[in-house]
Design a protein around this ligand. Structure first.
Ligand SMILES: [Zn+2]
Ligand SMILES: [Zn+2]
Length: 266
């Protein structure tokens, strides 16, 4: 059966401070999702729980009270159309430091964890990680550490593996090629057995990505062969990014030869 494209499990509202668009309200996201025929739409604003020490200045305002401002808007939406889920995108900084305390896991329907938001120096990445080789090692370590955390795995998404933030000051696609195959296979086998979702983030498959096609697909192929399941995320910070998700995803799904049985279901 064909992999269904009728869901978006990663989308930002105006409550994410990187989202400059006041139109990105839960109501508007719901309307667009409905028009596209989606059955599930998550909102996943950037989150750092005030109960977890060591926030960055950027993350400090993005606490639970802040992102929960959307809960009332979500509750007031019509019950037909796409199922609207309240999620978050938090951070993992290494050494077991996750930006959401375990006692607050149940306040979210869905939790997206990016293993490679390495543009935030001295927060998610130490400054001495300054080459593609070192970024590849850090990325692997982060995946391995996340796989050993105690998490509600049925509602955990591993975000954007081919994100450009992996190494902005260099050749980020090369980072994916440098990562050790055996260790990747082992860590994706753990994610598969835990039941986590692996994200196909269509912001990472923007025009021109196929010039480095094999690098971009490498981790996803290994994850697929390890038995992982996948979901789509627009990572939209604007209405336009919501609109291009399905067309971009269709191409990636074809190249990865994914079927509906390999789709992660929230
Ligand atoms: Zn953002
Ligand atoms: Zn992200």
């Amino acid at each position: 059966m064909k992999f269904s494209l009728q869901h978006d499990l990663h989308c930002h509202t105006y409550l994410s401070s990187c989202c400059a668009d006041p139109a990105m309200t839960p109501e508007m996201i719901y309307q667009r999702a409905k028009r596209q025929g989606l059955t599930v739409q998550c909102i996943t604003d950037h989150l750092w729980d005030a109960d977890v020490p060591g926030s960055s200045d950027w993350y400090k305002p993005q606490d639970i009270a802040h992102v929960e401002k959307n809960k009332a808007a979500l509750a007031s939406l019509p019950k037909e159309g796409p199922r609207m889920c309240f999620g978050c995108e938090t951070e993992y900084c290494g050494g077991g430091k996750l930006g959401l305390a375990p006692e607050h896991f149940d306040r979210f329907d869905w939790i997206v964890i990016p293993p490679n938001h390495f543009h935030m120096k001295n927060f998610t990445r130490m400054a001495e990680v300054d080459t593609e080789e070192k970024a590849a090692e850090l990325f692997l370590q982060r995946l391995e550490e996340i796989s050993r955390l105690e998490l509600p795995w049925h509602k955990i998404g591993i975000a954007h593996l081919n994100c450009r933030h992996t190494f902005k000051e260099g050749d980020y696609a090369k980072v994916f090629a440098l990562m050790d195959e055996m260790r990747l296979r082992a860590v994706f086998e753990i994610f598969a057995s835990r039941g986590a979702g692996i994200e196909l983030n269509t912001s990472g498959f923007a025009d021109g990505w196929e010039e480095r096609r094999e690098e971009h697909l490498r981790l996803f192929r290994i994850a697929r062969d390890a038995g992982c399941r996948f979901y789509l995320g627009s990572d939209a910070h604007s209405p336009e990014a919501m609109e291009v998700m399905q067309a971009r995803a269709a191409r990636v799904i074809t190249l990865l030869e994914l079927t509906e049985e390999q789709r992660f279901q929230l």
